[in-house]
Ligand binder design. Structure first.
Ligand SMILES: *Cc1c(COP(=O)(O)O)cnc(C)c1O
Length: 416
């Protein structure tokens, strides 16, 4: 039927690429070039008029290829494909997740503005918000998953800067505890503080779930950011980031990217195009494995508590939010081992298949100890509140055979 609409996973091998423009090559080549030749001086002039906003684009006119800091086919094809999963108007890819996040914060926050952010946040994001933004006069305020909608309104009002609120930045589910918050109610908070001439934006770091298992635009998010180093790249062999949003906000993100010069390289974009072809199968297998592993951990006598979305209890608030917001529980598990750092380290050192490493979402299973590794720099008061203790261990489950992963965990727990 001519009306059939292909799913994103079916389009990852073709969308946005025209083989006729590349000698019939089935696979998109790497456009390893800094600059692009114009057919004529007039064409070059026309491209620059659009790039610099000197006139409106014609009805069918596209921005021509100018220079790889502004645009490059590998980046554009990757951006078009990433848009499909989250149903975004536009996407911009960056040389790291941190450059995606810092560019968004720098573009949409001005001196005097207030940024409200959730907790816990990725360590690098937390550092940029707490230590860099204040140096350029941006005020920051942190909120926690255990605070209600009314509590947060009160906290923002009490800051005395409610009229300066410009953005709320959240991660849900949070790393490493999988604490989840209701995106829609944060959107309500943004609306509450928006005025006719100032819209408070909601930005979600969707790295932990996405782009398959959670689609924040459906719940009112204005911008989505990713560390593409994680599930999207999926092979622990590259660093990259992405921002998605609507056609009003994204040109601003892309313009700042042009001038910061922190766009992705064509080579890494090409690797990500390859990764996207298997994103659905990888994430599906990882999630299937993780469900089995979480169930195994939950019944093990050496394990005190398992934090996994697939184990949330019906009737709890977290379960209700999870059911509304997420399409699957993902492959990130954390758990409290009986004991403390000594037992945790003994377990980690005894694993044979898992690698002790930070990062997540890749084909291989990884283990790390948040309090001494990813969250070593987080304020101890915050850590305690988020239940990041010396017994907490984080697992990122890969695509290995689930039986082998369980065998490995079982034998390592026996070593304690
Ligand atoms: C890794 C990560 C980042 C940072 O991404 P990089 O690609 O390492 O720069 C940001 N947010 C989350 C949730 C992450 O896991």
């Amino acid at each position: 039927m001519s009306t059939h609409k292909f799913s994103p996973e079916s389009l990852m091998m073709s969308h946005g690429y025209n083989p006729e423009l590349s000698e019939g090559a089935v696979k998109c080549p790497i456009f390893q070039t800094s600059t692009f030749e114009y057919k004529s001086a007039e064409e070059g002039k026309a491209f620059f008029e659009i790039a610099y906003g000197l006139r409106e684009k014609g009805p069918k006119e596209e921005l021509g290829l100018i220079y790889s800091r502004i645009n490059n086919p590998n980046l554009e094809i990757l951006e078009n494909r990433l848009c499909l999963w989250d149903k975004a108007d536009d996407c911009a890819v960056f040389e790291s997740g941190m450059s995606a996040i810092s560019t968004v914060l720098l573009e949409f926050l001005k001196p005097g503005d207030l940024l409200v952010h959730g907790n816990p946040l990725y360590g690098g994001t937390d550092h940029f918000i707490e230590h860099f933004l204040p140096t350029i006069g941006i005020h920051t305020l942190s909120v926690h998953p255990d605070e209600s909608y009314e509590d947060i309104l009160d906290i923002i009002e009490a800051s005395g800067k409610a009229d300066k609120l410009a953005m709320i930045f959240l991660e849900t589910p949070a790393n490493p505890t999988n604490a989840i918050v209701d995106i829609e109610s944060y959107k309500q908070i943004c609306k509450h503080f928006s005025t006719d001439d100032k819209e408070v934006l909601l930005t979600i770091d969707n790295t932990y779930m996405g782009p398959l298992w959670q689609h924040p635009f459906q719940f009112g998010a204005d911008l989505i950011v990713y560390s593409a180093t994680k599930y999207i790249g999926g092979h622990s062999d590259l660093i990259a980031g992405a921002v998605l949003g609507n056609s009003e906000l994204m040109p601003r993100v892309k313009t700042l990217r042009t001038f910061l010069g922190n766009m992705l390289s064509p080579n890494t974009a090409w690797l990500l195009l390859r990764s996207l072809e298997t994103l659905k199968v990888r994430m599906t297998q990882q999630t299937e494995n993780a469900q089995q592993i979480a169930a195994f951990l939950a019944q093990h006598p050496s394990v005190e508590k398992v934090n996994y979305l697939g184990l949330l209890k019906e009737g709890t608030e977290a379960y209700t939010i999870y059911k509304k917001q997420c399409e699957a529980p993902g492959a990130m598990i954390s758990f409290d081992i009986k004991g403390g750092e000594k037992e945790a380290f003994k377990f980690m050192n005894s694993l044979k298949l898992f690698k002790i490493a930070v990062s997540l979402g890749s084909t291989e299973s990884l283990v790390q100890h948040p309090i001494t590794m990813t969250h070593a720099g987080v304020d101890p008061v915050h850590r305690e509140r988020m239940q990041i203790t010396d017994k907490l261990i984080r697992l990122s489950i890969g695509v290995e055979n689930a039986k082998d992963i369980i065998w490995d965990i079982d034998q390592a727990l026996d070593e304690i």
